[in-house]
Design a protein around this ligand. Structure first.
Ligand code: SF4
Length: 203
């Protein structure tokens, strides 16, 4: 049987803007949820991204000087089989896994119980789940990493105190990268108003 592949839209070896501490962030291509106001509509289409085998992607993550992996998108649970294999390997390497999903935790549990491939495995390989669709009418200005107040933080495994105590001293950061061509990439979460103000201040 061939190894499940993962379509990767963006990869950041180290960042402090996508969860506690220094983490490796992987944005996957494709999201079937399509929340109104999503900041990543270019990741909706399932086509695209760069295909990675789960073994190669996990090895790349484990070679980074980071404390854990953050999966976001796109929708990680739309590629649950491949990402479960990646997450399992990353955790076996002693690093934590934080997974963002537009599905609620209840919906994921139902999908797992119904046998949807990879869902139970990705839940089992995730330490902290941030779950629920983005609601543009419920912007979250308080909690780090969450886009809207309906999204729930679910601790699925307590091996990593920084993930369990996500509220204690957690800082909401935004990272702005400008490459040599002048292309700007932003990660972390800010509402449109504050993001526009930040980018204007950077001239
Ligand atoms: S689940 Fe996430 S990536 Fe998908 S549409 Fe909603 S906010 Fe965007």
């Amino acid at each position: 049987m061939s190894e499940p592949a993962v379509a990767v839209a963006r990869y950041l070896g180290t960042t402090t803007a996508e969860g506690p501490g220094v983490r490796t962030a992987v944005w996957v291509q494709g999201c079937s949820i399509r929340c109104a106001g999503c900041f990543n509509p270019h990741l909706f289409a399932a086509e695209g991204g760069v295909p990675w085998s789960s073994t190669a992607l996990a090895a790349r993550v484990l070679a980074e000087p980071s404390g854990g992996l953050t999966l976001l998108g796109g929708e990680p649970f739309d590629q649950a089989e491949g990402l479960a294999a990646v997450a399992r390997r990353v955790r076996a390497g002693g690093r934590s896994v934080l997974t963002f999903s537009g599905y609620t935790h209840a919906a994921l549990r139902r999908a797992a119980a119904a046998g949807k491939p990879g869902v139970a495995d990705l839940l089992a390989a995730t330490d902290l789940l941030v779950a629920g669709p983005f609601r543009q009418d419920r912007i979250d200005h308080q909690r780090p990493w969450a886009g809207s107040t309906n999204q729930e933080f679910v601790v699925l495994d307590d091996r990593f105190p920084d993930l369990v105590d996500w509220q204690a001293g957690a800082v909401d950061r935004v990272q702005v990268d400008v490459d040599r061509t002048g292309a700007v990439a932003v990660n972390g979460w800010l509402d449109t108003e504050r993001l526009d103000a930040l980018l204007a201040a950077l001239d």
